[in-house]
Ligand binder design. Structure first.
Ligand SMILES: C[S@@+](CC[C@H](N)C(=O)[O-])C[C@H]1O[C@@H](n2cnc3c(N)ncnc32)[C@H](O)[C@@H]1O
Length: 261
């Protein structure tokens, strides 16, 4: 796969993650310069987990994020559509429940989780807006969503440094650390094509979420978005029913229809 357009072929994406599953976490830690640990800590903190809460970790990969959520006292379900990533996750974290499933058709009843999170996964989903709708559906009234995803540094200097890193240093690191260079070219392209922070906020509102906010981590290389479903269960349900299924994901910053709950 050489082009990370946003109409990603789910079979190719799943197959690509099957191939990198074993070395995924090590390469990730190297590529992020150790920052991935800090991003995970920030994600768990933003989830504000209360002991015993049921939390869904979507696109959980090998379950590194799920493990951190379980440590915070939650009953966590890790879902991913790559059987290779799930197999690796089950091996590493036998105490965590893993499910092979698609973020765009979550295999859970409505209103069954207190919180849902997705780390570095939404960017890979074929239609992220459909996945947001599904995450909304499985959340209870007043449920929380936290999205940790690569984003776009607003400061020109950081952006220039980050662009140079991706262009010159990342290929060198991946050639040493990973045998799957195409996968990491995909990673770079998918990050560049991913929409800005404000657009993801609009997508969240469009899916029916309220109290949408985000904060930048590491100068905006990563953004942490958070939001809630409406507290009133009738409002939550009616917004879910009203929501139109989007035809295709858009990266435009002006053309996203915003539906206020
Ligand atoms: C970059 S990894 C992130 C894994 C993990 N969340 C982490 O932070 O390390 C992205 C994951 O998204 C999964 N993924 C992509 N599209 C998906 C979909 N439609 N449904 C479920 N998982 C998906 C891939 O299989 C892969 O494991």
């Amino acid at each position: 796969m050489t082009t990370a357009d946003l109409n990603k072929n789910p079979e190719e994406v799943s197959g690509m993650f099957d191939e990198v599953a074993k070395g995924y976490d090590r390469t990730n830690a190297l590529l992020s310069g150790g920052n991935s640990v800090l991003w995970r800590i920030a994600t768990v903190k933003a989830l504000n987990i209360q002991p015993g809460e049921r939390v869904l970790d979507v696109a959980a990969g090998t379950g590194t994020s799920s493990k951190a959520i379980a440590r915070a006292g939650a009953e966590v379900v890790a879902l991913d559509f790559s059987p290779g990533m799930v197999a690796e996750g089950r091996k590493r974290h036998p105490d965590i429940e893993f499910i092979v499933g698609d973020a765009e058709a979550l295999p859970f009843p409505s209103a069954s989780f207190d919180a849902v999170t997705i780390s570095f996964g939404l960017r890979n989903v074929n239609n992220p807006q459909v996945a947001l709708g599904e995450m909304y559906r499985v959340l209870k009234p007043g449920g929380r969503i936290v999205i940790c995803e690569f984003s776009h540094p607003p400061a020109a200097l950081i952006k220039a440094g980050y662009d140079s890193y991706m262009k010159y240093l990342m290929p060198v690191i991946t050639s040493v650390a990973s045998t799957h260079k195409d996968s990491y070219r995909y990673l770079m392209e998918s990050i560049q094509e991913w929409p800005e922070q404000s657009v993801l906020s609009q997508w969240l509102r469009g899916a029916g979420f309220t109290r949408v906010a985000y904060r930048n981590l590491t100068g905006g290389i990563v953004a942490l978005h958070r939001a809630r479903t409406p507290e009133d269960s009738k409002v939550r349900e009616s917004v879910g029913k009203r929501r139109a299924r989007p035809a295709s994901p858009s990266t435009s910053s002006v053309s996203i229809p915003v539906q206020e709950p």
